[in-house]
Design a protein around this ligand. Sequence first.
Ligand SMILES: [Zn+2]
Length: 414
Amino acid sequence: MDQKTLLNEGLAQKLIRYAMIDTQSDENTGVTPSTPGQHKLAAMLADELKTLGLQEVKIDQFGFVTALLPGNAGKGRPVVGFLAHMDTVPGVPGKNVKPMVHQKYAGGDLHLPHGRVAVADNPLLAEAVGHDIITSDGSTLLGADNKAGVAEIMEAVCRMIKDPSMVHGDLKIAFTPDEEIGSGIGHFDVTGFGADVAYTLDGSAPGELEYENFNAANVTVVIKGVSTHTGTARNVMVNAVHLVSELVASVPAVMRPETTDGYLGFIHPNSIEGNVEEVRLQILLRDFDDQGIEDKKKLLSTLVNSLEARYPSCQATIETTGGYQNMRKIIEQHPKVVELATKAIEETGLKAQYRPIRGGTDGARLTYQGLPCPNLFTGGINFHSRTEWASVQWMEKATATVINLARLWAAEKK
Ligand SMILES: [Zn+2]
């Protein structure tokens, strides 16, 4: 594609082009990027960035695409990064995506060749009457998560190139692999990227600004029983299958993902495998507070100890196998990051909506690696489903937010 086409095609066309490339990630391949489609999109995005005239455009060995749009605001301004991920979620069909544009949506359910986006399940549709809505044909996901973000960053870059009167400092762009399977961002060269602050465009509803996420501890409880022949088991056998059932049943019903929301954390038994002799139970502990996650660890260890007390010949241990931390603690040390994002959103006419993320984000990991990185909305809704949709008008607001942020940061000193 030539520069003129890229500069003038607009947001909808960008999203449609990117959505048609199959970039589903796959947790089983053990490589980064996990699938060849991500290489394909990475190559395409790098080509477009070069055609647009960005500098330092590269694709590294893990498929990260990075580039620099040099600033026009003089020296000594903070370098601002904008990131979006290229992969789509495994588990929902993501190949042969056929995007459809529903011009000037008139309200009511959106009927697709293979399904329906129902107002009853999508209260935000009511706020998008008159908008141009993009969906798949209902047989696959759309991939607005996160190709809406990719398109918005690209479009913001295009507009700043088209209109040199838009003030901005040095901007760093990154398109990243394997966010959906959590294995991409660990390979990112944060120092090499060289941004002072950054934003992921990976949120959903208009105005969303996210800078707090769960603290997570993933643990495995190993319960060892005593196995005997069932014919002579009386008073000897200690069946680890029964023990694990008792343990799972003792997790308070009010502390489960299916019974909590907002700022409430949970204890979530996620998988079990084993037999009479030994059972391994994986549990996810989540809480926004440090104290909350410690309390949940303590509760679990009390439950495990009491199991051992009731069945002295069993052995039970708890191993921590992974986790992540709430970015809020670090973000609070950099108040400008949220302050300017709020301002950038509100200049578009939207109200900033702060939402706690009931999960982790790539931005949270980057924040702990020294790059403060909240998450901004994209205007894509109903992620990870065949009824995913995006409003072009909300995508316009996200693009405007990027342009505003670039200008606001250019008025700051490094
Ligand atoms: Zn995403």
